[in-house]
Write a protein that binds this ligand. Structure first.
Ligand SMILES: *Cc1c(COP(=O)(O)O)cnc(C)c1O
Length: 236
């Protein structure tokens, strides 16, 4: 099988899973976006997925994603991973959306970066951001603890070069994932009541996309099920 055929098969199988999950949940497939996660895979895989109809891609390392974005100027890249503040300026240039905003300090750094990118013509629209919520408060895994959520949301809403688009979450390792997705969905609905543009609930990966769709996800981030096991060395 060529790599193109492998990717086409992974994509078709994942789309079929997603369609079934939507049907089982009584939801329209158009309500849920499939975001292929291309971290660790070469830019040539992103190009093949573009040929297969994908437009947006998830990445979690700044340098790797910046290099792919420079090579493939018509692909839209979403930042899913932890962002060091000194990388926020670069992320604000190439990212179509950041799913992993979890502190006011990072918000401030992204706002400065996005404002500069708008000024310099590197962006034409504000930077869409999601609040990554941590249900267990484990700082190693990223995410804002619930106690700090409201202050963070207020800071993002006040940032003129950022646009609050919703919530991202990953169930804690020890948690019941169904309950975790349900809690995240509840927090998202609460946020959306005050911020109607925050219509994205980014939840679900290769292993748990059905459960996430059942609990209301509008964006599943899928790497392994489409691209296979990640290589050990990342590619730009
Ligand atoms: C890598 C990654 C994914 C994709 O995980 P798979 O299990 O390979 O589908 C999704 N979300 C985030 C935040 C990731 O870092």
């Amino acid at each position: 099988m060529s790599r193109r055929e492998e990717l086409a098969a992974g994509l078709a199988a994942t789309r079929a899973r997603l369609d079934t999950a939507c049907r089982d949940a009584g939801r329209a497939p158009a309500e849920v976006t499939l975001l292929p996660v291309t971290k660790f895979f070469p830019a040539s895989d992103v190009a093949l997925l573009q040929e297969l109809g994908c437009t947006d891609f998830g990445e979690n390392r700044e340098q790797e994603a910046a290099a792919k974005a420079a090579e493939l100027s018509d692909a839209r890249f979403h930042m899913l991973g932890h962002i060091q503040r000194n990388k926020a300026k670069s992320v604000a240039r190439w990212a179509a959306m950041v799913h992993s905003v979890d502190s006011i300090r990072l918000t401030d750094a992204l706002e400065r970066g996005a404002a500069a990118a708008l000024d310099q013509g590197d962006r034409s629209a504000p930077l869409d951001v999601l609040v990554q919520i941590s249900l267990d408060g484990d700082p190693a895994r990223g995410g804002v603890p619930r106690a700090d959520l409201e202050a963070l949301v207020t800071a993002i809403a006040a940032a003129p070069s950022l646009r609050l688009r919703g919530v991202m979450g990953v169930p804690p390792l020890e948690a019941d994932p169904e309950r975790a997705f349900d809690e995240l969905a509840g927090l998202w609905r609460g946020l959306r009541a005050d911020h109607p543009a925050a219509d994205v609930f980014s939840a679900g990966m290769s292993g748990d996309l059905e459960l996430a769709v059942k609990l209301g996800s509008t964006c599943v981030r899928v790497g392994t099920a489409i691209l296979g096991q990640r290589p050990l060395i990342s590619h730009p």
